[in-house]
Write a protein that binds this ligand. Structure first.
Ligand code: ADE
Length: 237
């Protein structure tokens, strides 16, 4: 999978060199290119923003640098079509299902990182007419820009690309993969500061362990995220 990120803060994306994502890049499973939007400005101050038409607080990102940047970045692989992703609090919710869909169906993502009050809407109009384009939100809160969201989305998507995570079974038993939160996990020692490991986990009885874990998933989900259980039957399925 290829990922391009256009931003005015390329250094923000440095963590993409680390850990599993960094290794996936070195192994050639993932190709990441980070671009500085100011490369496509032409004035002495490398201006990317201006005051909003109609008035109001804050600044808006001007369309011209974005137009030139996306023309070049999206045209870099003739014959291939990128999926443009604009992170923003006004977008569709980015979920595990969405991450899986993108890991499966997309082989090229171009992330468009807005700052300030946002990007001139005509950039959206221009490029959504030329490419598939999604506005995606991490959740109902406001970040200062799209960069942190790109880190989160890239990690969520890239770890689902075949080969990026060695232990495939660990992907199946995670929170949200079956619509439930994950069950609690324990390791050695068996006693720690007076806290015991639940005895069923020491029983060696795989059927009972699986049942207990499923009950724990249901209890946790009911307590923390009852919205996820809506539409399920009384057994949680
Ligand atoms: N940019 C600003 N807020 C955001 C959010 N909640 N999700 C994604 N991108 C954002």
């Amino acid at each position: 999978m290829r990922i391009d990120v256009v931003t005015i803060f390329p250094d923000y994306l440095a963590p993409l060199d680390l850990s599993l994502i960094g290794r996936a890049r070195r192994e050639g499973l993932l190709e990441v290119h980070v671009h500085d939007l100011r490369h496509w400005t032409h004035d002495r101050h490398r201006t990317v923003d201006d005051t909003p038409y109609g008035g109001g607080a804050g600044m808006v990102m001007r369309p011209e640098p974005w137009g030139e940047a996306l023309d070049e970045v999206c045209g870099a692989l003739p014959g291939r079509t990128p999926h443009l992703v604009v992170p923003g609090p006004g977008g569709d919710l980015f979920t595990q299902a969405r991450a899986r869909q993108m890991a499966t169906e997309d082989d090229w993502l171009v992330f468009v990182c807005g700052r300030y009050e946002g990007i001139d809407e005509r950039v959206h109009d221009e490029f959504s007419a030329r490419y598939p384009l999604s506005v995606l939100s991490l959740g109902d809160y406001v970040l200062n820009g799209g960069e942190v969201a790109v880190l989160a989305m890239t990690e969520a998507i890239a770890r689902l690309v075949p080969g990026v995570i060695g232990n495939v079974a660990s992907l199946v038993e995670e929170s949200h993969e079956d619509g439930l939160l994950e069950y609690p996990v324990y390791t050695k020692p068996q006693q720690w500061r007076g806290h015991e490991v639940p005895p069923v986990l020491l029983s060696g009885h795989h059927g009972q362990i699986a049942r207990w874990r499923h009950e724990q998933q249901l209890e946790r989900t009911a307590a923390r995220r009852p919205d996820l259980l809506a539409g399920r039957g009384p057994q949680g399925d």
